[in-house]
Ligand binder design. Structure first.
Ligand SMILES: CC(C)(COP(=O)(O)OP(=O)(O)OC[C@H]1O[C@@H](n2cnc3c(N)ncnc32)[C@H](O)[C@@H]1OP(=O)(O)O)[C@@H](O)C(=O)NCCC(=O)NCCS
Length: 151
């Protein structure tokens, strides 16, 4: 989500604070400095009203100054251990734009399978002429049994 003002950023921080189970800061051990976040949303794999929410879609983001140091990989590994080991998650899937190679690389390092590409799937911004700019989106996923088998 694109934030356009300090007020929107403050509201976003409060919203994250309201769901502490699935929203984590990435913090440097030595200094306590916050360098990123990892969160996502929980959903059910079934339309049944009381079906368990056992599917999770993560989102990760680092301060640019800390790219390329392995912090996202370390955080995502810990997050996946938590999701599969403690939160009863059965399947984790991630969407990433076709041009977002660092995020795709991270998915692959985590052992996620590339399941496909949705062409012109979603639009966040407009073209210069005001028409929606549709992006191609890759989907990656990993099941609990696949995560456990990597250990
Ligand atoms: C996606 C994103 C989190 C990836 O960050 P990243 O820093 O590239 O990822 P990592 O933490 O895994 O670091 C990878 C690189 O760090 C380097 N590295 C250095 N020390 C390392 C270590 N101890 N362990 C692992 N990697 C290390 C390696 O070069 C590694 O690359 P490699 O796997 O090719 O060897 C980052 O690009 C980002 O925040 N993007 C903007 C937000 C975004 O697009 N999010 C996705 C949509 S929700």
């Amino acid at each position: 989500m694109k934030l356009n003002s300090l007020a929107e950023a403050e509201a976003a921080v409060l919203e994250r604070g309201a769901r502490p189970e699935y929203c984590f800061a990435i913090v440097l051990k030595e200094s306590g400095k916050v360098i990123g976040e990892i969160d996502g949303h929980l959903e059910s794999a079934s339309p049944e009203e009381n079906a368990p929410c056992d599917t999770f879609s993560p989102c990760w983001m680092l301060n640019k100054a800390y790219y390329g140091k392995g912090y996202a990989f370390e955080a995502a590994q810990a997050f996946f251990d938590y999701l599969f080991g403690e939160k009863g998650i059965r399947r984790v899937y991630a969407y990433t734009e076709d041009y977002n190679l660092p995020s795709q690389h991270l998915c692959e390092k985590l052992g996620m399978r590339r399941e496909g590409m949705f062409l012109e799937f979603v639009s966040f911004v407009n073209n210069a002429d005001g028409t929606p700019l549709y992006e191609n989106t890759c989907q990656y996923a990993i099941l609990k049994r696949e995560w456990d088998a990597r250990k």
